[in-house]
Design a protein around this ligand. Sequence first.
Ligand SMILES: Cc1ncc(COP(=O)(O)O)c(C=O)c1O
Length: 403
Amino acid sequence: MAGQGEGQRPATRALDGGLRPDPVTGAIAPGISMSVNNLFVPGEAGFSAEGADLTQQPFLYARWTNPTVRDLERRLAALEGAEDAMAAATGVGAIAAVFLGLLKAGDHLIVSDVCYAGAFELATRVLTDLGIAVTPVNLSDLAAAEAAIRPETRLIHAETPCNPILRLTDLAALSALAHARGVLVSVDSTLATPVITRPLEHGVDLVIHSLTKFMNGHGDALGGAVIGRRELVSAIRSRAGVYLGATLSAQNAWLILRGLDTLFPRIRTACATAGVLARHLQGHPGVSAVCWPGLESHPQRALVVRQMDLPGAMVTFQCPDAPVVARRMAERFRTIHYAFSLGHQRSLCVLIGTEEIQASTYRMEGAALADWRAWAGEGVFRLSVGLEDPEDLIEDLDRALAP
Ligand SMILES: Cc1ncc(COP(=O)(O)O)c(C=O)c1O
């Protein structure tokens, strides 16, 4: 029967995985179930002569899950080759569910010293207030990761490629060393998407996505997800998903399902355009450095080839007098939007200044700060490549980079 995703290749699973035609109407496109609650079904799990454990019913109350959200969860699980998935209202909601679902006071978390700012601040400011010890570590340095593991370490949270500097973590090697010490590994795979890397195939325990970005891909819905083994996802759902209340709305689940239909062609097109732009910027007199995993100059090329099926749709570059260039971009861009966020169908570009982000978020010193500077200098323009004609994007960049 169509819709289970089994035996299908990933690009087909993006359309079909977990989708079941409506058993009543035969409708192929998923509908939206807006109902907050569902009737108890005698004969279904959790309803017996002895009594009712209503939490075993397939649909109970929409804060647990609802049919449309469940369609999305099944599709995400199929895409990542996982047993189960839990959707959340935002990417940060998914990250918070993982942290608070798995960790308790006295536990230790190792977090990538560069990862999405909101995740980093949640770990280093909020979790620490709850009695959870947190150590930021450069997870591209496996010896450093291993040295940071303590008896009470429960989780290592990685992000690859990491936002904003596009540094990679070797997921297979990190998972092997973590598992040898009984530690779980979660990875934020928002910048990769399952088109590029399927972290569970590399041994990771949990994949996290901000669905707001490439997965939905249209800049019109917030969402997040945690994907992995059933037992882990269920524990996170019942301990954190339900009580944090960061539940995805059915309407956004439907929008994201629709976005996923075109995930593969969108990512393939955006990656190809990113290559055109990265090479153009590399030769541009107004640009001092370019980072894109597809360039030979990326410092982790061997890992890129091993772990990424495509080089990604994010490019960073550095310019002298970056704040002046940033203002010119905001004034002169006609196609690209000078704005935060990433992974939308429209190209987005923003300056992430080293001084600003270090003061607000990472607060690095010594070797960690030196490593950041090796990737980002005094700041990077983070370009999220969309689906426009590459020539229009080149014209826009040239216009903004001209004196
Ligand atoms: C890598 C990564 N993870 C998580 C998030 C948070 O996503 P959301 O805004 O959906 O909470 C972002 C947002 O930029 C991100 O870039």
